[in-house]
Design a protein. Structure first.
Length: 78
């Protein structure tokens, strides 16, 4: 797979699943404006607020990858 852009319903499904797993308070604190911009060569590129980027990357990058893999039926390098 070279490049993949998510449909709106796929983005919403990922957001809903992350909200469920992380809890509304944690999700709202870190993932305001969260969007997966695209997937290229098994790498997710996403957007979150700059103030939250480090914490999202350190604590939740694996969570995002697992949810995206599950819902999109794709495999990503970890």
């Amino acid at each position: 797979m070279n490049q993949f852009k998510l449909q709106k319903v796929q983005q919403q499904a990922i957001q809903a699943r992350l909200n469920y797993f992380l809890g509304a308070d944690e999700y709202d604190r870190l993932f305001v404006g969260f969007e997966i911009l695209h997937i290229e060569n098994e790498v997710l590129t996403l957007s979150v607020r700059p103030a939250c980027a480090n914490e999202v990357q350190e604590k939740y990058s694996l969570h995002v990858a697992i949810v995206a893999e599950t819902l999109l039926r794709l495999r990503f390098e970890k």
